[in-house]
Design a protein around this ligand. Structure first.
Ligand SMILES: [Zn+2]
Length: 312
C-alpha cells in the first residue's frame, strides 16, 4: 500500500502559464482571490493563479511522455496528449486499466457505457504564497507582416499585450498509488501484475519532478518559466493519511509535522508506516521519521525506492 501527499513551494519568474483568452489584443492572466494572514488579521487579495486543470493536464503529459519512453500501454488519445474522458468503448474498468497508464492514474469516463474511474491523482491550484510575494506586469509585443517587396503590409503591424507574473508559488498533490492497476469498482482483484503496477506508480512520482521544474502550463515556447523549486514536503505512507497543510500557508511545515506526530503518538498510525521527505525545510520532529534531502533528485529517488518496497 502506498499513499503519497506532497506540498511544494516554487519560484516562477516571468511566466504566463495560465491565461484567460485574449480580450481584443490583450491577454490577461487567470486570477482568483486568496485569503491569508496579514499581521494579526485576515486579508483577501487578488492574485494570478494556475488552475488545477492545468496542473493535472501537465502531470498527465509528463507521465505519458515517460510511459512512451518505457513502452508502457497508452491509448491513442493519451499518446497524443489529448486527455479526454475517453473515446474508447470500454465495458469494464479493468478493461481500460489494461489499455492505458493515464486512464489508470488520472481516471476516465466512457459516456457510452457509463464505465468510469476516479482520478488517483488530485491536485490543487498553484497560487502565490500567503506572504504575498508576487506581481503581474504587462509587456507589449509586436508582430510585423511584410509584403514580397519587403515593405510593411498595410495593417501589418500587430501590437498585442500579454500579462506576465513572477512570484513564489505553492501547490499540492495527492496520489493514492495503492490503487494503481486496481479497479476501484472491484478493488480485491488487481487488473495488472505487481511489476507493471510498480512501473506505473513510479511514473507518477517522476512526472512530479517535471512539474517542479516549470513544465506546467501555457506559453512555454516563448515564456518558459524561470523556475527554482525551493521547498518540498512529501509524506509517503503505508496507510491512508491526511494531506499536509498546504504550502500556501507560511507555517505549513511546522503545523503539518504536529499533525503527523499526534497521529503516531495516539497510535493511529505506526511510526514506521510513514516517512516525511523534505527539501529546503529545516525542521525537527519527534516520533516521526523525517528525511532531509539536499536535492530534489535525492527526494524523488527516495520516494521511488519506497514505492518499490511498499507497493503490494
Ligand atoms: Zn488513455
Amino acid at each position: 500500500m502506498v499513499f503519497v501527499r506532497g506540498t511544494f513551494r516554487v519560484i516562477l519568474n516571468v511566466h504566463s502559464l495560465n491565461t484567460e483568452g485574449a480580450v481584443g489584443n490583450y491577454n490577461p492572466l487567470t486570477k482568483a482571490y486568496l485569503v491569508g494572514r496579514s499581521g494579526n488579521t485576515w486579508d483577501i487579495v487578488e492574485a494570478n493563479v494556475v488552475s488545477g486543470n492545468m496542473l493535472k493536464h501537465w502531470h498527465a503529459r509528463s507521465t505519458a511522455e515517460l510511459a512512451k519512453s518505457l513502452g508502457l500501454a497508452l491509448c491513442d488519445d493519451c499518446k497524443r496528449g489529448v486527455f479526454y474522458r475517453t473515446r474508447l468503448r470500454v465495458t469494464s474498468e479493468e478493461d481500460m486499466l489494461k489499455k492505458c497508464v493515464i486512464d489508470d492514474l488520472h481516471g476516465f469516463l466512457c459516456t457510452e457505457t457509463t464505465v468510469k474511474r476516479e482520478s488517483l491523482i488530485k491536485v490543487s491550484f498553484i497560487v502565490p504564497v500567503e506572504e504575498k510575494i508576487f506581481n503581474v506586469t504587462t509587456i507589449t509585443h509586436n508582430r510585423v507582416v511584410t509584403e514580397k517587396t519587403g515593405a510593411i503590409a498595410r495593417e501589418g503591424m500587430m501590437p498585442f499585450k500579454s500579462e506576465y507574473a513572477s512570484g513564489l508559488y505553492a501547490f499540492a498533490i495527492a496520489m493514492d498509488l495503492k490503487y494503481v492497476g486496481i479497479p476501484l469498482a472491484n478493488p480485491t482483484t488487481p487488473a495488472l501484475s505487481k511489476d507493471e503496477r510498480i512501473k506505473r506508480a513510479k511514473l507518477a512520482i517522476q512526472a512530479l519532478g517535471s512539474i517542479l521544474h516549470g513544465e506546467i502550463g501555457a506559453k512555454q515556447a516563448r515564456a518558459f518559466p524561470i523556475t527554482k523549486p525551493v521547498e518540498a514536503f512529501v509524506v509517503i505512507s503505508k496507510k491512508p493519511i491526511p494531506a499536509p497543510i498546504h504550502a500556501y500557508y507560511v507555517d505549513y511545515a511546522k503545523e503539518s509535522i504536529k499533525t503527523y506526530e499526534s497521529l503516531v503518538t495516539n497510535g493511529l498510525i505506526g511510526k514506521d508506516d510513514l516517512e516525511i521527505h523534505v527539501y529546503g525545510i529545516d525542521i525537527e520532529a519527534n516520533n516521526v521519521n523525517v528525511i532531509k534531502h539536499d536535492s530534489l533528485g535525492s527526494l524523488v529517488n527516495a520516494l521511488l525506492k519506497r514505492i518499490e518496497e511498499w507497493l503490494e
